[in-house]
Write a protein that binds this ligand. Structure first.
Ligand SMILES: *[C@@H]1O[C@H](CO)[C@@H](O)[C@H](O)[C@H]1NC(C)=O
Ligand SMILES: *[C@@H]1O[C@H](CO)[C@@H](O)[C@H](O)[C@H]1NC(C)=O
Ligand SMILES: *[C@@H]1O[C@H](CO)[C@@H](O)[C@H](O)[C@H]1NC(C)=O
Length: 448
């Protein structure tokens, strides 16, 4: 109760601004509402980008809507009408599952075709659903759900090739998520013709695909429910060819920076990774982890960026730099301690036993604006922790700290704080009865 009232009074926020991407922040649309478009699919029509996703505002896995957002630049999003809504008595009723909506334009019929994972609430049906519309946001007309080519399908995506026919494929986790399959669609994209590939016993889900220099790159996670795992990439010279052995898209320990692939787009000579950070206990608060995927080394690797700017038209990205402050240099109070020296921590040290009576205050320089501050922390539990953050003795905001996969694994979470020009004292862990995560350092940004 106490923390909730502090939150309501708070002058700070967790909200990203237009033009800047802050992975893990609560991302708002142009009306000021949190974007509800999880398990994303993207489509460009003319000069407009469309973002389709699962609206999980009701904090339930059950179907409430496939949302549709538009943007001129992939960073500023305006919510449009819902693309798909529940129909009682069908496989897309509000007692069923509709996940990972992906839309393609079909030139044969001059229409838009949406594919999605269609399931019962226990995920036992394992089907695909298909719907069509004459405009990108629809609303779409539901055509039906079925097991593609008679086999199970759970997580799925679509891929449209760049050949003259614009041949499209369904990418899907089949056979109880054991075998990953690729099947070719009919010319109208309303059904499948044949299976063209199978990664047997690959246990993949959350797929996406990019074509690059004529080769087919598949991205996918493994299967660990809402929890993250190290997402992988694979390459094949043809869509039906032998895919390479799996490789990580990010350092393994961070489990893809606590995210799961949803969609992968070209970005100039690099790519854009759009992932979900699922918050399983409060699904509607799940955030988006969008990161540059660099090909500088010849293979795809995510670039961690607390704050970055995306110029989709130019095909470029800029990672913001900030000023780093070590937690161990802060002023500790109560039961907080400097943890034993450990090379995983920046400066070799971090502050532990924050919360439940311990706090640390770090003095930083501000510019007199709302500024992004990234909290680098370790949470070796299997569940999320959280920390209070208070600026200059003002009201606190609570920042979530997902489990990092180990006490020596560092991740960062963003919070937007209003800092005055000059010195500011930021206190972590005060006024909470639960333990916060171990705090390694914070980075204060001026890019907004
Ligand atoms: C899709 O094609 C299969 C044959 O491969 C057929 O049995 C099924 O009825 C078709 N589904 C729809 C919705 O047209
Ligand atoms: C297929 O790819 C796997 C994994 O890279 C490799 O071990 C195998 O030799 C390849 N098979 C063929 C027929 O190229
Ligand atoms: C913070 O974490 C504690 C312990 O896990 C939990 O009981 C509490 O509800 C959390 N508070 C918020 C605001 O998430």
């Amino acid at each position: 109760m106490r923390l909730l009232s502090l939150l309501a009074l708070s002058a700070v926020s967790l909200v990203a601004h237009a033009g800047v991407i802050v992975p893990g922040a609560s991302w708002k649309d142009t009306s000021g509402n949190v974007i509800q478009a999880h398990g994303a699919g993207f489509l460009k029509v003319g000069s407009t980008y469309y973002w389709f996703g699962e609206d999980k505002a009701a904090n339930s896995a059950l179907f409430s809507a496939v949302s549709c957002y538009t943007s001129p630049d992939m960073t500023t999003w305006t919510r449009q009408n819902n693309a798909l809504t529940p129909i009682a008595g069908t496989m897309i009723s509000n007692a069923n599952i509709v996940e990972r909506p992906k839309v393609l334009f079909n030139k044969a019929n001059n229409n838009y075709v949406m594919w999605f994972h269609s399931d019962t609430s226990d995920y036992g049906a394992a089907q695909v659903g298909v719907a069509t519309a004459n405009t990108p946001c629809g609303p779409y007309t539901y055509l039906g759900s079925w097991e593609p080519l008679g086999a199970q399908s759970r997580d799925e995506s679509v891929f449209q090739d760049d050949d003259e026919a614009q041949t499209a494929y369904l990418l899907y986790a089949s056979d109880n998520n054991q075998n990953f399959k690729i099947s070719q669609m009919t010319a109208n994209y309303l059904n499948l013709t044949e299976q063209v590939n199978e990664l047997a016993a690959a246990t993949l889900e959350a797929p996406g695909m990019l074509k690059r220099n004529g080769e087919y790159y598949l991205f996918a996670s493994h299967t660990s429910g809402w929890d993250p795992n190290p997402n992988k990439w694979f390459v094949a010279s043809t869509i039906s060819g032998n895919f390479s052995a799996q490789e990580d898209i990010a350092p393994e320990a961070g489990r893809t920076y606590y995210s799961q692939n949803a969609f992968d787009l070209p970005l100039g000579t690099n790519s854009l990774y759009a992932g979900d950070r699922w918050e399983s206990t409060l699904l509607g608060s799940s955030t988006y982890i969008w990161l540059p995927m660099s090909w500088a080394t010849g293979v795809p690797q995510l670039v961690w960026a607390d704050v970055w700017t995306l110029d989709i038209a130019a095909g470029t990205y800029t990672v913001a730099t900030g000023t780093s402050y070590e937690a161990e240099d802060g002023v500790r109070s109560g039961s907080s301690v400097i943890l034993p020296s450990n090379p995983s921590f920046s400066g070799g040290e971090a502050v532990g036993y924050l919360g439940a009576g311990g706090s640390v205050t770090i003095t930083v320089q501000g510019i007199g604006a709302a500024q992004w501050v990234a909290l680098y922390y370790a949470n070796g539990d299997s569940t999320w922790r959280n920390t209070t953050v208070s600026v200059n003795g003002g009201p606190s905001v609570v920042v979530q700290q997902p489990d990092t996969g180990g006490g020596n694994v560092i991740l960062s979470v963003p919070v937007e704080l209003t800092l005055k020009s000059g010195s500011n004292a930021i206190t972590f862990g005060a006024g909470q009865t639960n333990y916060a995560a171990d705090l390694d350092r914070i980075i204060v940004y001026t890019t907004s």
